[in-house]
Design a protein around this ligand. Structure first.
Ligand code: SF4
Length: 452
């Protein structure tokens, strides 16, 4: 896990700072980003980062202290930002809740730090409280497109507009609070690619430790709540948010090779090809190389032996899913051989497909999958041919009719058949449901922009 926002230099940590850093490592928090909130604390943040391997620093002036940001302070921040372990400018922003600095002074300080971040090519850590319109307008005006809305407390519209500008959304302890329904709703909706987490220690201690001083080792509680809200495991949240934090702050190396087998929750997914006979407008392949923090851009299509080694014991998973960044049934021979191998070892097999397998191979392939595939999930993705053509851009003529025929044939050969749609703009989910009901198969709606 990575704690993207804590204040290790604060006096609350004077009695046991070294223990706090050690406890974080022991709890699996591999990186701590300690945040400067004025010139003095920025200097201290840099000193702590220089002295401790897992600690990185940001330098900036908080809106409460906005009046401090004169030319001399900007020059000092610039000097501090040259340190190799300084990864961002901030925290800066606007706080119209406490209004501890006059609003025009806050705005000037915010603008100046955003300009500094652009000049130094660093991301920005943004604090915004009850200042949605001005925050978004100032970010937009300065053209900043790398940063994080820390301890997010706005509404979904604000989150969407911030993400549209390229900013990450970070959740802290409040997402664990009982009465934080609206925030929890937003935390369940933010796409994986924009999600971060933090403690904001020593503040905002998560449930069940409220009342104590917060510290980075408590991040696991926020991770756990995010996992519950998003229907994934705590390990998934740790991986997704760590990857995002590393990408935003440029910490460490991104994974160099596409994963051919990757775990989400208690299932194992196989990534056997990046090719597809569709080019769906909502396909994750066109806007990200990652699913739930797993890098999936293949540099080659894996062979049978390679996949067996990557799977290990198939019975260790709830199911093994042929999925990936492409259409698995393009590699029918490999799917059949591997599915048989998985079944022989007590595994359960599912195929996620665009339903064009019969068109691709020019014959009814479903009898060939009988006995080795337990479940098939077929993307319908449209209520009619015209919508399918527009949204999925199939290579083959008559693809929608082909998908419908494939669904009918699947019922004869595969024990469980599910038809799925993505609730993307233009999809009439209810009419799709009627199509599935008429075909007498299960129906599932996948959320737009949520993959895995
Ligand atoms: S069918 Fe699936 S893999 Fe192919 S383009 Fe559409 S969403 Fe992407």
């Amino acid at each position: 896990m990575i704690d993207t926002h804590c204040h290790l230099e604060m006096p609350e940590f004077d009695p046991d700072r070294e223990d706090v850093i050690r406890r974080a490592s022991d709890a699996g928090v591999e990186v701590l980003v300690t945040i400067g909130s004025d010139v003095e604390s920025s200097e201290e943040a840099v000193r702590l980062a220089a002295a401790h391997g897992p600690v990185y620093a940001t330098v900036g002036v908080h809106p409460h202290d906005a009046a401090e940001l004169d030319d001399e302070a900007v020059a000092r921040l610039k000097e501090l930002a040259r340190h190799e372990k300084v990864v961002a400018i901030g925290e800066t922003g606007l706080d119209y809740h406490y209004d501890r600095s006059p609003r025009d002074v806050q705005r000037r300080s915010f603008e100046a730090q955003l300009r500094l971040a652009r000049e130094l090519d660093l991301p920005v850590v943004i604090h915004s409280r009850e200042a949605k319109a001005d925050t978004l307008a100032i970010i937009s005006a300065t053209g900043v497109n790398r940063g994080v809305m820390h301890c997010f407390s706005g509404d979904m519209d604000m989150a969407e507009r911030a993400m549209a500008m390229g900013l990450y959304i970070s959740f802290a302890g409040p997402v664990t609070f009982k009465n934080a329904r609206r925030l929890q709703g937003i935390a369940s909706e933010v796409p994986d690619e924009y999600l971060l987490m933090e403690t904001d220690a020593p503040y905002l201690t998560p449930v069940p430790l409220r009342g104590r001083r917060n510290e980075p080792s408590y991040l696991i509680h926020t991770a756990g709540r995010l996992a519950e809200l998003r229907g994934v495991s705590t390990g998934d949240i740790a991986r997704i948010t760590s990857l995002n934090a590393r990408r935003l702050f440029g910490i460490g190396e991104a994974p160099p090779r596409g994963r051919i087998a990757y775990r989400i929750r208690d299932s194992l997914y196989l990534n056997i090809t990046n090719r597809c006979t569709n080019a769906c407008s909502f396909c994750v392949r066109f806007h990200s190389d990652y699913v739930k923090g797993h890098y999936l851009r293949l540099d080659h299509e894996p062979g049978l032996q390679e996949l067996k080694e990557a799977i290990g014991d198939p019975s260790a998973y709830r199911e093994v899913v042929f999925c990936g960044y492409g259409e698995p049934l393009l590699r029918l021979d490999l799917v059949k051989a591997l599915a048989g191998w998985i079944k022989d070892r007590g595994g359960r097999v599912r195929i996620n497909t665009n339903g064009q397998g019969n068109m691709i191979h020019g014959r009814n392939i479903l009898p060939e999958l009988k006995g080795v595939v337990d479940s098939i999930s077929i993307s319908l993705d449209a209520q009619d041919e015209e919508t399918y053509r527009r949204l999925c851009k199939p290579l083959m003529e008559g693809a929608y009719r082909g998908v419908i025929e494939f669904i009918k044939e699947s019922r004869r050969c595969i024990p469980e058949v599910t038809v799925t749609v993505v609730d993307a703009p233009g999809v009439d989910v209810e009419r799709c449901r009627e199509v599935a009901e008429a075909l007498k198969v299960d129906f599932r709606v996948r959320r737009y922009n949520v993959v895995g």
